[in-house]
Write a protein that binds this ligand. Structure first.
Ligand code: FUB
Length: 506
């Protein structure tokens, strides 16, 4: 944008430790996280800071989607929208803050973009039948447009009336129609100059006019009959604050600071959400290696609301949040379901995503994988490769003990997919963090593209195990119920587990 809303923050080089869970998305810079809970899944709609910053300013070319069911492993669901969808928008940049909500089975993704041929922004809406798309632009124009009209937040009230709030150094709202792609009446301006509503002034202009505390990034929701408006406050660097109201139209009452200034980023844009009995606060900082004010990264902290519903001050951590469920390695898992990673990139869209740009010394960590009491027997993966290398699956760390080793050979190209399967090199049991590590080329084309993986459980090929009721002794039966007197009688390639837990492998 021609007008810059911010002073430029200096970028610091930081590194993340393997133990750190924040930032939660590691394969690219992400900003302005907008979480949305639907069924069992938490979707995370984010903006995307480019790896290469142009003109020392935000360089943002698309919007991305991730999801989780356990709060520690995040699945890349593609890049559902680029400015190409919006004929009215500048095409190669300025994909700013957004929020997506579901209504009656349709997903409405409100985004900030620059109006084509102008320097000022507008807020458009993309609509799809599923969160990952495909999206379309039903109205082919921005819903609202004008200086400072950025950062949409949407809330559908209990009576079905939906509201769209937005604004930088201003706060406006419109009442959306049921179709969610138009509004009735005129835009209302909220008085952000009220200190009772939005907190103490952050200072005064040279001409003596006060500078309101409210900055941007409003995040609206209702809880126990009260409306909450979280927002970035205090100028730049921003902190996170909130106000509450008994009516969505106000008056708002300032409630205080929720988070301090984000590390290495002069913006903080986020939002809180309740999920599976926990409360989480999302935000961004500049903590990924090479990160900064224009290369931000999404983080999340857990917090507990006070009994009166107020939000406590939340400390930033690198530890992040705890897993709320385990991941089942005996079900097909997407390679792009990742806890932490280095070097790799995720690609794809609603037709399917995969991990690419894999080189020697890159890794993918998947956290809290439950192998159970019996353990794994085989490891299989769907891969495509143009050359040679190795995928080595380990537990505990990048150099931890090896569970499976897959020799990679060309499948005919990086788009020719093949299913491979190997026996595990040892029995892995219990809850483990898995690390996918690689050998092969350190530069150039990806060693492989990696789509899915799965383990089979030791004994899943057992014919039948039983206990001889007459003698109360372990006996082994085959699939057809025939009693086998000796292990030798079991068919080849059987895994035999007695009721006492003894394991025999043929
Ligand atoms: O991501 C671009 C802008 O930075 C957003 O619109 C603001 O909220 C700030 O995070």
């Amino acid at each position: 944008m021609a007008v810059k809303y911010y002073f430029i923050a200096a970028a610091l080089m930081l590194t993340t430790s393997l133990k750190a869970q924040n930032p939660i998305i590691c394969d690219r810079y992400t900003a302005d996280p907008a979480p949305y809970v639907h069924g069992d899944t938490l979707y995370l709609f984010v903006d995307h800071d480019d790896d290469v910053t142009e003109n020392g300013y935000f360089t943002m070319r698309d919007w991305l989607l991730y999801s989780t069911v356990d709060m520690v492993n995040w699945t890349y669901l593609g890049t559902p929208i680029t400015p190409k969808l919006f004929t009215w928008a500048k095409q190669d940049n300025d994909c700013w803050a957004s929020q997506c909500v579901e209504r009656n089975g349709r997903w409405y993704w409100y985004v900030t973009a620059t109006i084509k041929g102008q320097a000022y922004p507008g807020i458009g809406v993309a609509v799809a039948n599923s969160p990952a798309g495909p999206y379309r632009d039903p109205i082919k124009k921005p819903l609202v447009q004008g200086w400072f009209k950025i950062d949409p937040t949407v809330y559908i009230d209990d009576n079905g009336q939906a509201y769209l709030f937005y604004g930088n150094n201003n706060l406006w709202y419109v009442k959306l129609n049921r179709g969610m792609t138009s509004f009735t009446g005129s835009e209302v301006s909220v008085n952000i100059k009220s200190e009772e509503a939005f907190g103490p002034y952050k200072g005064y202009e040279d001409n003596g006019n006060p500078k309101p505390n409210f900055e941007e990034a409003s995040w609206l929701y209702k809880m126990n009959g009260k409306y909450y408006l979280e927002y970035a406050a205090g100028g730049v660097p921003e902190h996170w604050a909130y106000s509450t109201a008994d009516k969505i139209t106000g008056p708002w009452t300032y409630q205080g600071k929720v988070m301090g200034e984000a590390k290495n980023s002069f913006t903080i844009h986020g939002g809180s959400v309740d999920y599976k009995g926990h409360s989480y606060m999302f935000y961004h900082n500049g903590a990924l290696p090479g990160g900064g004010g224009f290369k931000r990264s999404t983080c999340v902290e857990e917090f507990t609301r006070n009994e009166d519903g107020s939000i406590p001050f939340i400390q930033f951590t690198t530890k992040g949040v705890n897993p709320i469920q385990t991941l089942n390695p005996y079900e097909l898992q997407q390679a792009e379901t990742i806890n932490q990673s280095s070097g790799i990139k995720c690609e794809g869209d609603y037709n399917g995503c995969y991990v690419t740009s894999i080189h020697a010394s890159d890794y993918i960590k998947v956290r809290n994988v439950d192998f159970g009491a019996i353990g794994a027997e085989t490891f299989s993966a769907r891969i495509a490769a143009a050359g040679r290398g190795t995928m080595i699956v380990r537990t505990g760390s990048k150099t931890g003990s090896i569970v499976a080793r897959v020799q990679i050979q060309s499948t005919g190209g990086l788009d020719v997919w093949e299913d491979i399967s190997v026996n595990t090199t040892r029995t892995v049991k219990g809850i483990q963090d898995l690390y996918f590590t690689f050998t092969g080329s350190t530069t150039g084309a990806s060693i492989l593209n990696f789509d899915t993986w799965q383990f089979s459980e030791l004994g899943s090929s057992v014919e039948f195990v039983g206990n001889d009721k007459t003698t109360n002794k372990d006996r082994i039966y085959n699939l057809y119920g025939q009693k086998l007197q000796k292990i030798d009688d079991a068919p080849q390639k059987s895994i035999i587990i007695t009721p006492q837990g003894k394991v025999f492998k043929k």
